[in-house]
Every structure is written in structure tokens, then in C-alpha cells.
Design a protein around this ligand. Sequence first.
Ligand SMILES: NC(=O)c1ccc[n+]([C@@H]2O[C@H](COP(=O)([O-])OP(=O)(O)OC[C@H]3O[C@@H](n4cnc5c(N)ncnc54)[C@H](O)[C@@H]3O)[C@@H](O)[C@H]2O)c1
Length: 298
Amino acid sequence: MKQGIQPVKADTFFANRFKDKVLFVTGAAIGSIGAATAIRAAREGAKVFCVDIKEKELIETIASIRDLGGEASAYIADLRDPSAAERAVQECVQSYGAIHAVLNAAGVMDGNDPSKPQDFENSLHLLPAHIHKATDEYWHNVMNANINAMFYCLRAQLKQMMQQGTGGAIVNIGSIAGIIGLPGNPAYSTSKHAVTGLTRNAAIDYAPYGIRINSVNMAQTDTPMVFRAYEFVKWAMEKGMGSGMAGLKSKSLLSHADPAGRGSTPWEQAAMILFLLSDDASNITGACYATDGGWTTY
Ligand SMILES: NC(=O)c1ccc[n+]([C@@H]2O[C@H](COP(=O)([O-])OP(=O)(O)OC[C@H]3O[C@@H](n4cnc5c(N)ncnc54)[C@H](O)[C@@H]3O)[C@@H](O)[C@H]2O)c1
């Protein structure tokens, strides 16, 4: 009989691990990996500055943190705008005085604006497609959100951390698509490989400043992005289009082994992210961790 593994509980935390620390999180709307990380970090004593393009959902994250007695602020921004990250960092420093730790989690899987209701029928040109059918708009929107925005964020965050002169830790979110190829979504795979490259470059260049920079690379994790991907695959199948995204391999090792076939939860991702941001990870930098339930093992 198959034996499943219980996921980390949503209310697991280590008291005071991030006491007096300021954590800057991009992509923190409720339900996301960024939100789970922000909520747990706040329980562990961090002041959390949360950025997202989705206003209502970001405010829900802040409300969850405050309900638990934590300290957090919301900043609504489209991080594809090169100056938005600079303004967000300034605002964070104005509110909390410094930035000690960062999670860059904002990302998209297609070329649509995540703050707008999804409408596959009227946004065909923005949806994932094989290269010979892919549009410029799809390509540039995904690259802008997943890698250009991360570059703008890192630039602003690193300048601030260097100015503080007290080191720090950064985690960038990549994907299994940043380690191996995935079918059907060329811009996503390319942008996530770029996250791996940017993480390794930054780790080398900022080690002399005491700043550690790592990435986490997950497979299916239960967030709004995955629900959207399911909706997309279902819609494409119904249209007889085939999505190109489901084909070759659809499960991680642990998902295959689990009686219910479960993927990962945002809380499982938050556990690893916060370990990497904590002082326990003092010897870890430039690593691109496969937090993928063994997806890239086989
Ligand atoms: N969920 C998964 O299965 C999975 C798998 C691999 C990698 N990832 C990566 O994990 C990260 C977090 O995604 P998630 O799963 O929590 O999904 P999510 O959609 O819940 O969270 C991503 C957040 O980023 C925000 N965002 C996107 N573009 C933005 C922009 N231009 N400006 C500001 N905010 C923006 C979205 O509004 C959203 O709240 C992403 O980088 C994603 O690519 C997720």
C-alpha cells in the first residue's frame, strides 16, 4: 500500500527566528508561495513588506498577517515597470528602516496581466504556444514579468543591502523549468533558465558583501497559478487544441508515490525558502534547489 507524506502544516513556525528582521516579498497575493512565506515569516517575528500587482488579494495577505498579530505592509505595483522596484524598496526602507531578507516570487505562466480576469477565448495571442506559433506579445510579456522584473528588483534590493553594509539573504523563485526543459511554454522555460543564471551570477558578485543568493525550483504547487494552468489545459482540450503543456511527464516522484497524487503546498515551499533566508543557511549561496518532490530526479 502506498504511504503518503504529510505536508508541513500551515501553522508551523519557529518563534523569533526572524525577530527584528525586515523581509521584502514580491508576488505575495493570497494563496501564493510568496503569501505563505510572508505569513510564516511574520509569525517568526519579521516585519514583512509585500508587493504584488493584484490589489485585493495582496490586501488579504496583509489582513491574514495582522489577524495573527504580525507586522506587514502592502505595496501595489507592476514590477515590469523598471522604476517600480526602486520605489518599492524606498517605501520599504521608509516604513521599516532596512531590508535584511528578500523573496522574489512574482511570476506568470502566460502573457496575460495577472490582475485582470482570465479570458482565454479573447487572449489567444498571449497564451503559451510552440515556438512556430508563439507571438511577440506572449514572449515579451512572460520574459518581462519573470526575468526583467526580477533583474529590476535585484538591482534595487542589492543597492540598498550594500548601502546598509550588514549583508543579507535573497531567494529567487525559479522552477523545474529552470533546470530541465518543459513542453509547450517556451518563454516560461527560457525565463526560468534565466532566473537560474541570474541567481548564480548574483551569488558570485555579492558574496564579498555578505549577501547570499539562492533559488528554489518547484514542480506543481497548489497556488492560483496552478489552478489557472489547469483551467487553461481543460479549456485547450475542450477546444481540441491540445495545450502542449501536459504531455510527456505530469507528476513528481512524490506525487506518483502519494495515494492521492498530491503535489506540493505553498507551506512546503515557504519552509525551504525561510531556511535559506535564515542564519542556519550561513554556508549556502549560489544554489538552485530542486524543491520539486523529486521531479528532476528521473
Ligand atoms: N505554482 C507552481 O506550481 C509553480 C511551479 C514552478 C514555479 N512557480 C513559480 O513560483 C512563483 C510564485 O508563483 P505562485 O505559484 O505562488 O503563483 P501565483 O500566481 O499565486 O503568484 C505569483 C504572484 O506574482 C504576481 N505577479 C505577477 N506578475 C507581476 C508583476 N508584473 N508585478 C507584480 N506582481 C506580479 C501575481 O499577481 C501573483 O500574485 C512564480 O515565479 C512561479 O513561476 C510556481
